[in-house]
Design a protein around this ligand. Sequence first.
Ligand SMILES: Nc1ncnc2c1ncn2[C@@H]1O[C@H](COP(=O)(O)OP(=O)(O)O)[C@@H](O)[C@H]1O
Ligand SMILES: [Mg+2]
Length: 383
Amino acid sequence: MYTLVNRGEDSSVYKYITQLLVKGSAWSGKWKLGPKDYARFNLMFGERQTRVLDYTRIGHISSLRQAVNYYRGSERLLCKKVPLVKFVRSLTGHSDVKFSWLPVSYIVLPKRLKSKSETKSGYYTDEREEFLAFANKLEEKIWIAKSSSGSKGKNIYISHDVQTILEFIDEQSQGFVVQKYIENPLLLDGNRKFDIRSWVLLDHQYTIHVFSEGVLRTSSEPYDASDLQNITSHLTNHCIQEQFSADFGRYEDGNELFFDEFARYLKEKHQVSFASDILPQINTIVKKCLLGLKEELTTEGLGYDSFQLFGFDFMVDAKFHVWLLEVNGAPACANALLPALAEDLVRKAIDPIFPDHKSEEPRRSYQTQSITTESRKGVFMII
Ligand SMILES: Nc1ncnc2c1ncn2[C@@H]1O[C@H](COP(=O)(O)OP(=O)(O)O)[C@@H](O)[C@H]1O
Ligand SMILES: [Mg+2]
């Protein structure tokens, strides 16, 4: 029997997977749940804050196969907004700011942080001057400022006016990315903006799997580029919509539209194929990001295995071009997808590390009481 410890109890995905492994009939007798601080675990679900995860405690017991649900360094290198910009630039081989799949972005530090972080490690270099020079060359462009470790639409400022953006950042206490606002997003019926969440699994052999189902998080207000104050028309985060839109749920349950419904919309309204026009762009971006970090993230030579579930967020513009917005290293999962995603994650990421002699037996699904929405199917596909 293997021992699992769950130190990431605020993750709904790993909470569900813990239940699945410990109580689900398909894996019965294979896993037991140990106390959080138990050192001789086989599998650890780590804290959501990966920097709290103590990797030095893993992989030192030679007789024990150990694995953790994070790749060390993923947060520092990819899953925050400033490092993402630095990393994507490094892929282009120079410090060019014009990417083809990440909106033009500059790193801007609040003035009071600037000198400190410059002397510290040189990790963040302020690009305020470059931003100003570039922005001033353009006529009337909209910029969006996002804090490096922000999430859920918090700490975001959208404006035409570069000075007020800089003033906003100067009042903050962390690094920001100032990014070209995608002014011409593809819109849904009702002229509504959306973003796309794709779940990506990186297994212990560094094989990349993309979940076949994904979600569009939609706005329930019409998009209006002339009114930047109305955040519900510009920020499609679930919590922003749920909290601030009077029309939340009017168009889609929970402002969520699934890939098959989106594919139908694209075909009928725009004669565009999701499978051949949109998905390949998503897969290419995912591959560039994860393969580009392979040397830094690899666990080769370490005494433990890693796997990780990522949430990649995208936008599509009116020309059907896909843009990467951010990569989340500890994503939540839409309720309707959770049962299928969790089961397939166990099959593709956990079972291969921990062989199961009973794996030939047919596996039955595990249902929890908490999932009330109708479940949708989906599997992780290797890309
Ligand atoms: N460059 C952009 N152009 C247009 N809209 C954007 C852009 N970046 C972000 N957004 C909008 O803001 C929302 C939040 O941005 P995101 O980068 O995902 O930060 P957060 O971590 O707060 O979710 C996105 O879901 C999208 O609706
Ligand atoms: Mg987001």
